[in-house]
Write a protein that binds this ligand. Structure first.
Ligand code: SF4
Length: 224
């Protein structure tokens, strides 16, 4: 294991000791995970849960139902997730894409290599890299590290990344330094989200953070 890999694993151990295994993704089915990954952009998970609860209550949380639903009804149901008109279009794009390929058989759609599935997802209008990687990792159960703003901020402040590193560079950094371990990749991202939400905010709260003992410079990342 590289020195950087060891540092990453030491950081993971510290986060996991504090937060315990996060058991992500907080969705019950592959479809629910895909829907959640699309709706969670620019909002918190509580709002996504409300939107998903609305879809369930209306009997719309299935591929056939989502394939048939009209824009206005869908936008109304997912309203709690914010940006509901944009997200209704994105969700519909995803559902239509899957429906045309495999009908109701989402597992068949997800059953391909991580790289192939990621490319397929990125070809759908409105599916960005974080969403695609979340679907590959958490819905399909395949190795694709998920990067978000928390990941970039924490790693930048700990001197493990450069400000110019983009999404793909950060993803490659983790994927090349961590063992190919699905459970590790799954929970590593979840632990970084927990640190980001609770401590590593734009104004960091390093006192008591599980990563406090690792070298860090809070001036890095203050541009957020
Ligand atoms: S809050 Fe401080 S110690 Fe915690 S991850 Fe951010 S920079 Fe590191």
């Amino acid at each position: 294991m590289s020195r950087t890999g060891k540092t990453l694993m030491d950081m993971y151990a510290a986060m996991r000791e504090r937060f315990a295994h996060q058991r992500w993704w907080p969705g019950e089915t592959q479809l629910e995970i895909c829907v959640g990954a699309i709706l969670t952009q620019n909002t918190n998970w509580t709002n996504v849960e409300k939107a998903i609860a609305n879809l369930k209550a209306a009997g719309r949380l299935s591929l056939p139902a989502l394939a048939k639903i009209g824009h206005d009804e869908l936008a109304g149901l997912i309203r709690p997730a914010g940006y509901f008109n944009v997200k209704a279009k994105r969700l519909k794009n995803f559902i239509t894409h899957v429906w045309r390929q495999v009908g109701d058989d989402l597992p068949a759609f997800l059953d391909r290599s991580a790289g192939e599935l990621r490319e397929e997802l990125l070809g759908i209008n409105g599916v960005g890299r974080e969403t695609a990687d979340s679907i590959v990792l958490y819905a399909a159960g395949k190795l694709s590290f998920v990067v978000d703003a928390y990941t970039a901020r924490i790693m930048l402040r700990h001197g493990l990344l450069c400000p110019e590193d983009d999404y793909e560079a950060i993803k490659e950094f983790f994927e090349s330094n961590l063992a190919d371990d699905l459970d590790l990749w799954n929970d590593y991202h979840a632990q970084l989200v927990a640190v980001g939400k609770n401590y590593c905010k734009p104004r960091p709260a390093c006192d008591g953070c599980p990563l406090e003992k690792f070298p860090h410079d809070i001036r890095a990342g203050l541009m957020d």
